[in-house]
Design a protein around this ligand. Structure first.
Ligand code: PRE
Length: 293
């Protein structure tokens, strides 16, 4: 039976593009879900084998909805990571062809997409009203349904094709080097080839108490073993103001003896350590090249 892959849909989201790339060449069933939480819940409730969700963007940082749901509400291993290039377009209904860009009144999109394009769009359309939607593709669908409104969506060229919209301006993100990391979480019943052996482990570390140097001691366990950390982030434990846990991503697989040693040391300090996943990662372009060669 085909593996079911849940993704933040509908068709035409960046997550859809990332999921298609991750499972290219495999017979899977891609199934859209309306929100990040629904997408993760689909795997938790065994309606799907794996879920593809955004986790971090180069311009806007963490996607807290994904991170918090993975930490607080489900227990699903991170299986793979894809780093995908993000290019946002301003999409309009064809009936608005005569409307100048500066005359549009509303720009609809996912909050992450709006944040990544905020300054560029405000410069193009001063005084525009931003409207949040659950995904960029849903914004495109809404614009497609309202031919008479001077509305724009921020989204992908695929969403423009799906809803017969016109790309009025491409590449409207505030910075050119825009990438989003996507995680596939769950337990699909097949292996995907490792493109180049790059591996990460994501740990949730909770300190036993707040005292001077507590985090320094945790980091020292990685530092003297020369383990490269590619991300560290604090998030509220939701138990009271000022209570945090730390998400630490190390560039080693969990089975590596140095990482095992670091985890033992951090645990001996009284910290709670939870392994959220140990997984291969690759950049979109590397994979395309690898598939071609
Ligand atoms: O709305 C989409 O198209 C998504 O896939 C979500 C999402 C995100 O939440 O980060 C994915 C990539 C981009 O960073 C913008 C939006």
């Amino acid at each position: 039976m085909n593996n079911k892959v849940a993704y933040l849909g509908p068709i035409g989201t960046f997550t859809h593009a990332a999921a298609s790339s991750l499972f290219e060449g495999h017979s899977v069933q891609l199934e859209p879900y309306p929100t990040i939480v629904d997408t993760l819940q689909a795997v938790a409730e065994k309606k799907a084998d794996v879920a593809v969700v955004p986790i971090e963007n180069a311009l806007e940082g963490s996607v807290h909805m994904t991170l918090d749901h993975l930490v607080h509400h489900v227990d699903l291993p991170i299986w793979r990571e894809l780093i995908y290039p993000i290019s946002h377009c301003l999409l309009a209904h064809p009936n608005q062809a005569a409307t100048k860009l500066s005359e549009f009144t509303h720009v609809l999109s996912h909050p992450q997409a709006i944040a990544q394009c905020y300054h560029t769009v405000r410069k193009l359309i001063p005084g525009v009203t931003f409207v949040h939607t659950d995904s960029t593709a849903l914004a495109a669908a809404k614009v497609g349904e309202r031919a008479d409104e001077k509305w724009l969506a921020i989204g992908t060229t695929q969403a423009a094709e799906c809803h017969q919209l016109k790309v009025r301006q491409a590449d409207v993100q505030d910075q050119p080097n825009n990438f989003t990391r996507f995680w596939a979480v769950g337990r699909p019943a097949f292996a995907v080839e490792d493109v180049d052996g790059k591996h990460k482990t994501c740990l949730q570390v909770t300190l036993p108490a707040d005292y001077p140097g507590a985090l320094y001691q945790v980091l020292a366990a990685f530092s003297w073993r020369k383990i490269n950390l590619c991300r560290i982030e604090s998030r509220p434990t939701k138990t009271g103001l000022g209570n945090y846990f730390f998400l630490i991503e190390a560039e080693l697989p969990i089975r590596h003896v140095l990482l095992q040693g670091a985890i033992e040391e951090v645990t001996a300090l009284g910290c709670k350590v939870r392994v959220l996943g140990s997984f291969p990662y690759h950049y979109y372009r590397e994979r395309q090249t690898a598939l071609r060669n």
